[in-house]
Write a new protein. Structure first.
Ligand SMILES: [Zn+2]
Length: 433
């Protein structure tokens, strides 16, 4: 097309609309539009309607060539002239515009993709389009909720992961608020997020799931939280319960950190500082021995010799390594032997933190060893926790749990995103050889 309105309409790309005028400023592009409807039947009786008057309604559309775009739609009002008809007048509508939202449908869908799928901050989208925070979040809800509620999003789940995440950090009004994430470990997607981390929170979520869905679950992996164990009791009894290896190793790492901090404080009288021998090796100690090279190992042993007079930190390190060894064993019987030795060693240790690690391991012995019978890895849960953290960073603290849940599920919930326009063909750059 060569004429100016034809060009403008091609760029606008809204079927059934004509461009009347385009104004531009440095801040935005304003496109004045109307529908191309000239002959309209009454929705009630079908008699040809008469044009009545007009009203201008403004919408925000996707940014055009780097500037926010405003559509100024000169909406027609129609009147039915049939005296017997109940309908008197109506304003035209279009599936490309929602009556409730200031954003065009395609701009709303893009907000949902950017904030949901790409975990971009709502404020960023709002600034880009030239609308308020609430407008963008409303669009994310309007377009996102059906995607999250889609029954095809979560299919049959064989391995269910239950994992705690922090929802809100403590502040002056509340202590840390936790949430429980339910994860499909095979597909690596978050099925749901519920507020709280108590037995009741997990239990009522499970009770709300269809019985047939629960029956498909073969394995449930949790962290070492008694509340989750209690929440599972009497539910999913047919499934094998596994302690998530990542969390098992993490409690051993925590024990090591606790002992190191205490010894640090007792020997030097202050918290770790950059030059303190134990502080300097804190990361080396958490690294698996098989990944420690000669100089690293020597540096660690030197740090221990200088900062750990009673070999307490060394003891915790040995305990941590023995826990890791349980997972290096392939054979279930070998793993059981290694775990029992670890538990026994921890129990005999005089260091209180190590003793309590032993008790925790003993309480979860069955679930820890169950890992070797499933071969299931719990890598996915941790990976998903990292994605959840990304959503949280983008959110800068959530006030609404519903928004938090929606954005996590849009980002990591295996949503079937509606197909958009086909990918644009690449433009090849002319790079010098
Ligand atoms: Zn009518």
């Amino acid at each position: 097309m060569a004429d100016a309105t034809g060009v403008a309409e091609a760029m606008l790309g809204l079927d059934g609309f004509r461009v009347l005028e385009v104004h531009e400023s440095a801040a935005e592009v304003v496109i004045h539009i109307e529908t191309d409807a000239c002959l309209v039947g009454c929705p009630g009786c079908g008699v040809v309607a008469r044009a009545h008057d007009r009203m201008v309604v403004e919408y925000r559309d996707l940014a055009a060539f780097g500037r926010p775009a405003r559509l100024r739609w000169d909406k027609r009002r129609w009147r039915c002239e049939e005296p017997m008809c109940a309908i008197r007048s109506w304003t035209e509508s279009s599936p490309q515009f929602s009556a409730r939202c200031v954003l065009t449908n395609r701009a709303g869908a893009e907000c949902c993709r950017q904030v949901g799928r790409n975990a971009r901050p709502v404020t960023q989208m709002a600034a880009e389009l030239g609308v308020g925070w609430d407008t963008v979040m409303d669009a994310v809800r309007e377009h996102g909720e059906p995607l999250v509620d889609d029954p095809d999003r979560v299919g049959e789940v064989r391995a269910l992961g239950v994992d705690e995440t922090t929802w809100l950090s403590a502040n002056k009004d509340h202590h840390t608020l936790f949430a429980t994430g339910l994860v499909d470990l095979d597909r690596r997607v978050v099925i749901d997020v519920v507020p709280g981390n108590s037995a009741h929170d997990l239990g009522s979520w499970l009770d709300a799931q269809p019985h047939s869905w629960c029956e498909q679950i073969r394995v449930v992996a949790t962290d070492l939280a008694e509340s989750y164990r209690a929440g599972l009791d009497g539910r999913l009894d047919h499934a094998l319960r596994v302690a998530d290896p990542f969390h098992v190793v993490r409690i051993a790492n925590r024990c090591l950190d606790q002992v190191r901090r205490r010894v640090q404080n007792q020997t030097l009288g202050h918290r770790g500082r950059k030059r303190d021998p134990l502080y300097r090796i804190r990361k080396l100690m958490l690294t698996g021995t098989e990944r420690l090279e000669g100089p690293g190992l020597e540096r660690m042993l030197l740090g221990l010799r200088l900062g750990d007079p009673d070999n307490e930190v060394l003891g915790a390190w040995v305990a941590k390594e023995s826990v890791r060894d349980v997972y290096l064993a392939d054979d279930p019987a070998d793993a059981a032997l290694l775990l029992d030795k670890t538990i026994e060693g921890c129990r005999l240790d005089e260091v209180p933190e190590i003793g309590s690690l032993g008790k925790t391991l003993a309480r979860w012995r069955t679930e820890i060893l169950a890992h070797h019978h499933t071969g299931a890895s719990n890598g996915p849960t941790e990976g998903l926790n990292l994605l959840i953290k990304k959503v949280k960073r983008a959110g800068h603290g959530f006030r609404s749990f519903a928004n938090y849940r929606l954005r996590i599920l849009l980002h990591t919930g295996g949503v079937n995103w509606p197909a958009t326009t086909p990918p644009a063909p690449h433009i090849r750059t002319r790079s010098p050889h």
